[in-house]
Ligand binder design. Structure first.
Ligand SMILES: NC(=O)C1=CN([C@@H]2O[C@H](COP(=O)(O)OP(=O)(O)OC[C@H]3O[C@@H](n4cnc5c(N)ncnc54)[C@H](OP(=O)(O)O)[C@@H]3O)[C@@H](O)[C@H]2O)C=CC1
Ligand SMILES: O=C(OP(=O)(O)O)[C@H](O)COP(=O)(O)O
Length: 340
């Protein structure tokens, strides 16, 4: 069993912990919080040993009736590998702790590529993670870009990509962030970080991305255009999407044309937390113009798509020598996840 610690039990960390627990070859040895909170209570109910970053806060947890297993340093020592899901910028500061105890670590997209020197996407570079001590799973939007661009590149070759990310303003449980009534250019400069981030995984792709933020909480929406090297074939692309375990195809007959519709669908499917681990490509949007221009819309559930990627990354770094396809299949099967 691969012993996994999740440092930072928040939006991403709590999902990674549940996904790891569902795997037959992994176990959670601890999760961490900085302060007593509802999520700390849930960690206890799930049976995850709870560790705290600042052990001097132990009394705060105990007076709230929350049992503490020890300090984050103790948690790291108990693990084979640490998934760092602390807020962006904090993870990089934790690197010296992982080095101190000689532990493997995986960071999230809020950290720069340099934190690990290697950025990961299950569909693109699973084998390159093998034997590494450190890796970073690219951000939710970049994960969505990696999946579909790799698929198109494998089928027709991708000459260049131009994409706009319409980003959610805050996660559903986050009442502190906005915007409430604005469309914010984020960033106002071009490109956004997503293009250069994608190139940390697929360096040969010519890509320019732009991004803005709107007052919604569930999912980002991508407007994607790719110039193909060879003449595109819509039916072939749709077939490849149908066969891709991490890309779902939203059929026209469903009537789903929005993130709201997807939220309802995920909920009706009985997905935990309404999570959509797959990218959601709208079938009716998939279009070939002038033979070689491919257009599509895809929605990306920001809280979910990177979760399954973290599980694969753990397996690539700390598990038996298996292929990407085998790991992806095992991860998904263990979660009862079949792309829509
Ligand atoms: N949310 C999203 O949509 C996505 C986020 N990411 C990336 O994932 C990472 C985590 O983001 P997210 O889950 O949203 O963040 P959250 O703020 O939801 O969760 C972060 C967690 O880290 C804990 N924490 C804070 N400081 C420390 C510390 N020093 N040691 C241990 N734990 C700490 C917090 O605990 P406490 O509350 O007790 O302080 C909190 O539970 C970021 O890099 C982000 O960019 C990637 C894809 C999507
Ligand atoms: O990784 C994410 O977005 P990103 O791919 O746009 O960086 C998550 O949605 C977190 O984004 P945030 O930095 O707006 O919290």
């Amino acid at each position: 069993m691969i012993k996994v610690a999740v440092n930072g039990y928040g939006t991403i960390g709590k999902r990674v912990a549940d996904a790891v627990s569902a795997q037959p070859d992994m176990e959670i040895v601890g999760v961490s919080k900085t302060r007593p909170s509802a999520e700390a209570v849930i960690a206890g109910k799930r049976g995850y040993p709870l560790y705290i970053a600042d052990i001097s806060k132990k009394a705060d947890f105990e007076s709230a009736g929350i049992a503490i297993a020890g300090s984050v340093e103790e948690m790291i020592q108990a693990a084979d590998i640490v998934v760092d899901a602390t807020p962006g910028g904090i993870g990089a500061k934790n690197r010296e702790l992982y080095e101190k105890y000689g532990k493997m670590a995986i960071w999230q997209g809020g950290e720069a590529h340099d934190v690990a020197g290697f950025s990961f996407s299950s569909s693109c570079n699973f084998d390159d993670a093998k034997g590494r001590t450190f890796a970073r799973v690219v951000s939710c939007n970049t994960t969505g870009l990696c999946r579909i661009i790799k698929l198109a590149d494998d089928a027709f070759g991708v000459e260049k990509v131009r994409a706009t990310m319409v980003r959610r303003g805050a996660d559903p449980g986050d009442s502190k962030r906005g915007p409430v009534d604005a469309i914010v250019l984020n960033p106002v400069t071009i490109p956004s970080h997503h293009g250069p981030d994608l190139q940390t995984v697929l360096p040969e792709i010519d890509i320019v991305t732009t991004a803005l933020v709107v007052p919604t909480t569930f999912m980002h929406m991508h407007i994607l255009q790719m110039d193909l090297k060879e003449t595109g074939d819509r039916d072939k692309i749709l077939e490849m999407i149908k066969n891709h375990s991490r890309i779902g195809l939203i059929k026209g007959f469903t009537g789903i044309k929005s993130t709201a519709g997807l939220k309802e669908y995920a909920s009706d499917l009985g997905r935990p937390r309404s999570d959509l681990w797959e990218s959601c490509v709208f079938e009716d949007s998939v279009s070939i113009v002038d033979d070689k221009e491919l257009y599509l819309f895809q929605a990306i559930h920001q809280e979910a798509d990177v979760v399954v990627e973290n599980v694969d990354c753990i397996r690539a770094m700390a598990g038996d020598d298996i292929t990407a396809a085998e790991s992806i299949a095992l991860t998904d099967r263990s979660l009862n996840f079949e792309a829509i």
